[in-house]
Design a protein around this ligand. Sequence first.
Ligand code: CP
Ligand code: NVA
Length: 299
Amino acid sequence: MRHLLEVDDLSRSELLEVLACGAAPVSPKCLEGQGMALLFEKPSARTRNSMEMAVVQLGGHPLTIRPDEVGLDVRETVEDVTRTLCGYHSIIGARVFEHSKLERMVGVSSVPIVNMLSDEAHPLQALADILTLADEFGGVAGLAGRSLTYVGDGNNVARSLAIAAGMVGMSVRIATPAGYELSQSDLARVVAAGVDIDCTRDPVAAVAGADAVYTDVWTSMGQEAEAVRRRAEFAGFTVDDDLMSGTSAESIFLHCLPAHRGEEVSDAVLEGPRSRVWRQATNRMHAARGALVWLMEHR
Ligand code: CP
Ligand code: NVA
């Protein structure tokens, strides 16, 4: 039984298989007549829609469960919810605050568990990010030796992205303000995945010559009380035309979305010719389908 809580749950060759499944035309109906439970503790536009449509494309039935309907560890325990859902569904996805809830699900589950975002990781996003980079730079094989710079908060998206990009051979630079770096344990995990990573507090130096620049919100879901302080502490980390002017001539801009125009990214960059964010959002569905096909094959 295989699960997907973080990109490095896959070996490099398995990651390439998942990406190939995602890039392939829709054909296998590996979820025919079966259900996938999609549990959400947080809001979602892309993840819910891309997962539901991926399940439909594979012949299955997606069942989205809002936080007020189940109440993980509120109405009943994570373990009891998981064991119950295993009786109805062939696969379970969950978007949670504490990553440990996903690990607890894995501990009792008889079906694959998929991380649809936790406070630590967002692997399905990272798969879509790699598909988007591959679309641009000559396939996954064309990514080796390319450089990716992430500017902003050293968060769940940054960690999964760094692992995925490094695993396909990209060099990774991360520019964060002081105090917002990847944690030591996250960094150790990225390094253990064999990633060539460079961390800095200087966004201008970090984007110099980069093939791709990526950012995410400064305030993630669950951190809303810190928004004012974060806005002040992230000053100078907005990805705008000035910052993009230091990148390679063919560089692209990526953002997992939702975006806060005027904070982590300027409107001009988000809407500009280098932006690939809408293709990236669409690739969430292809990445999700790839992950589901692969997980169902490896039950
Ligand atoms: N990028 C992403 O996960 O978007 P949602 O939060 O809307 O699902
Ligand atoms: N870092 C953001 C990503 C949203 C898709 C969050 O966790 O809210």
